[in-house]
Ligand binder design. Structure first.
Ligand code: SAM
Length: 240
């Protein structure tokens, strides 16, 4: 399991997307895709619970799962004001005891599953956990972008932290292999993260096979623009 979520979660939070304002904006976009009646939501790969926090504030009931013990602990602290059910779970082996009106897996969670068979297992588990007409919203790494505009080095910085990612592609396996050198002041951290990337047509086929009826793919949760080769994410909205 990668170290950003098991050891350096605070670093991850600061480096990427740390600001709660961005989560609030994303949640405002996401709820526009919700079916009419949404009471309970499952947030898969909840991280530190920032999407869940915004959803609770809007009055939804949210359960969370994450594979990282540190993420679960942190999400529990961040959501202690709310009645959140937060469990240590791998989505690949997840068996839901409840049914949900919306299931979310936001910020590349399902791209961390490196085998397509794990992805399809995860989708099967998710499908079983959905009520009729419920929605699944998730994003994965955009293969079109990687294979057309590949950058072997990527720099990310913010809030006093710098990360340089070295990246390579394994097209036969649709894998993006990355390693990073992250510096914060005098501290240096190493990280390795591998992602499975997907193509829009392929995703549609897999989701249809998993039983989903309506499948829409965008470049962000704004939902205005369809996918292209420039943006790194494929944002998927599909209904049971
Ligand atoms: C990039 S983070 C996104 C966290 C959060 N959704 C957000 O947007 O801030 C990916 C999260 O997915 C979790 N994760 C990765 N593989 C998982 C799996 N198989 N089952 C459940 N959670 C997983 C990681 O531990 C991490 O917290």
């Amino acid at each position: 399991m990668n170290k950003l979520f098991t050891k350096y979660l605070d670093l991850y939070d600061q480096l990427y997307y740390g600001s709660q304002v961005l989560y609030k904006k994303e949640v405002a976009e996401i709820i526009k895709f919700f079916p009419k009646k949404v009471e309970n939501i499952l947030d898969i790969g909840c991280g530190t619970g920032k999407h869940a926090l915004e959803l609770f504030k809007l009055g939804y009931s949210v359960d969370c799962i994450d594979i990282s013990p540190l993420a679960v602990k942190t999400a529990k602290e961040n959501l202690k004001k709310y009645r959140a059910d937060i469990k240590l779970q791998n989505i690949v082996n997840y068996k839901s005891v409840k049914k949900y009106d919306a299931v979310l897996a936001l910020f590349m969670v399902l791209s961390y599953l490196q085998k397509e068979s794990d992805f399809t297992k995860a989708l099967r588990n998710i499908y079983k956990s959905l009520n009729k007409h419920a929605v699944l919203i998730f994003d994965v790494v955009n293969g079109w972008q990687l294979e057309n505009n590949f950058e072997p080095k990527l720099k990310v910085s913010g809030r006093g932290i710098k990360a340089i990612w070295s990246r390579k592609l394994v097209p036969q396996k649709q894998l993006l292999i990355t390693s990073a050198l992250i510096t914060k002041g005098k501290n240096i951290y190493n990280e390795e993260e591998n992602f499975r990337y997907y193509f829009p047509g392929q995703l549609k086929d897999i989701l249809k096979q998993a039983g989903f009826k309506k499948v829409k793919i965008f470049i962000d949760y704004n939902g205005r623009k369809r996918y292209n080769t420039k943006r790194t994410k494929l944002c998927v909205v599909c209904y049971k």
